[in-house]
Structure formats: C-alpha cells, structure tokens
Design a protein around this ligand. Structure first.
Ligand code: ADP
Length: 262
C-alpha cells in the first residue's frame, strides 16, 4: 500500500490572500494519480485553504478570555469548512480522471492531545481500501484535549506518518513544490544543494518563505514528522509535484528524483 501526500504548495497558491486553487497543477496531478496500480491513500495539504484561517484565528494558540474563545470557535468552523471545500474540489477532480476517491473528514474522527493525534480509528479507512476505494484525507482543524488550547491544526504531514504506521504502508511519498530537501531553502538561496538522503544526523538550514503562511512548520515540520517515521523503520521520499510526470512515476512504482528520509 502506498500513501501519497499532495502538498498544499503544489495544489493551491499558498501565498495568496484568499483560498486559491492552482487549477493547472490540480488537473495534471489528478491525471497522473490515475496511473496508480496498488492500494493507495491520498492525504493533501491545506495550502491557502487552511493556513489563512488558522493563522487569522490563532487555532492552536492558548485561549484567552471568553471573547477569544468565541472568536476561536468561529475560527474552527471556518477553517474546517474551507479545507473541506478544498477536499471536495480535489475528490471531484479525481473522479473526473476515473479514480474512485472517497473524501474522509479527519476532524470527524480525530482528536489531538497537545497537537498530537490521540484518537484516530483507522478501521474505516482500511475498509474503504479493502473495497477498492482511494480514501482522500487532508490537513484539518480538530478538537484538542488540552484545555488551554482546545483546538489544533493537524498537518497532512502528521496524518501521513500516523496512517503509515497504523496501516503499515509499504511506501510513503510526499510531493511538494521543490525537488526534495536542500541544504537551505532553494526558493531563497540559489546556492542550496539537493540532498539525496536525510537521516537524523543531517545538518540542515530551514529558512521559511516569509510570505508563505504555513502554520504547521513548513519543511521543518515535515522533516520532523518523517524522521520519527524513519525511527519506526518506515522510509519516505519527498518529490516535486510540479515536475510533470513525477507523481505518475511514483504511484506506478518507478524511480523518481527526490530526497529519501531514512
Ligand atoms: P507543502 O505545502 O507542499 O507540504 P511546505 O510549504 O510546508 O510544503 O514546505 C515546502 C517549502 O519549504 C518549500 O517551498 C521551500 O520554500 C521551503 N523550504 C525551507 N527550507 C527548505 C529546505 N532546506 N529544503 C527544501 N525546502 C525548504
């Protein structure tokens, strides 16, 4: 079984001031995904559909007074609705390309404790896979057991590492808008070099794009999740979703340029 993450930076215009789909990328990526030839779960990032609201309402920040609580309630509603809309758009595009995609809303069955998944029953996902469907989950805004924050954002990256362990994935592929992990942010530093293999001992500089409002830690957050997964014995690979053909090669089991995290 393969878990494919489609990065929010490839699917949406991440630095837009309102939720914006990258229509050209979505169409091509969905077409490429349809070349899959084994069981698959897709997790997509929230991109501008999630980060704009999560940041505005401070989801995951400590709740102050009663008014702040009310404000964050509105924030949870708006963030959930926005990422659910993105999921609907992605799932519909996958249907158009012949993929039996089933959108599954993470916040309807996941609760976090201090921003880490605490409750998550994966049986239903397994059942869909066993019936030949392709479940499609996404980064979402959820309830949190910690009374100081009450709500949290789970990144698509946290979800894939959790699902990879629970569902015993054979391959974990993350696609983003860069070729993999570089020695520094390639969008800022032209001297940055692509790293073939990253382990917990690799020295990295992780400078985030200032205009990229990622509340889940960007590439740094991703690497942290993937190194934890590697500790459990599951390797993953980061590839570029913006290079035509990459996702098609990846989902059909062929080699793709990128960074392996092990
Ligand atoms: P996604 O939304 O696709 O999951 P993120 O936006 O969270 O991806 O992370 C990808 C971004 O991380 C890249 O667009 C790049 O600007 C930034 N980045 C920062 N440091 C690095 C690095 N060392 N190597 C690669 N990308 C980096």
């Amino acid at each position: 079984m393969i878990i494919l993450k489609i990065g929010g930076s490839a699917l949406t215009i991440k630095d837009a001031d309102k939720p914006t789909i990258d229509e050209v990328n979505l169409d091509r990526i969905a077409q490429e995904v349809s070349a899959y030839n084994e069981d698959m779960v897709i997790v997509h990032g929230a991109g501008s559909y999630g980060h704009i609201y999560a940041k505005k309402f401070g989801i995951g920040d400590v709740i102050g007074n009663v008014n702040d609580h009310l404000y964050k309630l509105e924030g949870l509603c708006r963030t959930q609705a926005s990422v659910q809309l993105l999921n609907y758009i992605v799932v519909e595009k996958l249907h158009e390309k012949g993929v039996p995609a089933i959108g599954i809303k993470p916040s309807s069955f996941i609760v976090t404790d201090n921003k880490r998944i605490a409750v998550c029953d994966t049986k239903i996902i397994k059942q869909y896979i066993d019936n030949g469907f392709v479940p499609v989950l996404y980064g979402d805004a959820v309830l949190d057991y910690n009374d100081y924050i009450k709500f949290a954002i789970i990144s698509g990256d946290q979800l894939i590492t959790y699902l990879a362990k629970e569902l015993k994935a054979d391959r974990v592929i993350l696609s983003s808008d860069v070729d993999g992990i570089y020695t520094d942010n390639p969008k800022i530093n032209p001297e940055a070099k692509l790293i073939d293999i990253v382990t917990k001992d690799t020295k990295l500089t992780l400078t985030e794009n200032e205009d990229q409002a990622d509340v889940t830690g960007g590439m740094g957050g991703k690497i942290k999740e993937l190194l934890q997964l590697a500790e459990e014995g599951i390797e993953s690979q980061i590839i570029n979703a913006e290079t035509p053909g990459n996702i098609k090669l990846a989902v059909s089991g062929q080699e793709v340029k990128g960074t392996i995290i092990k």
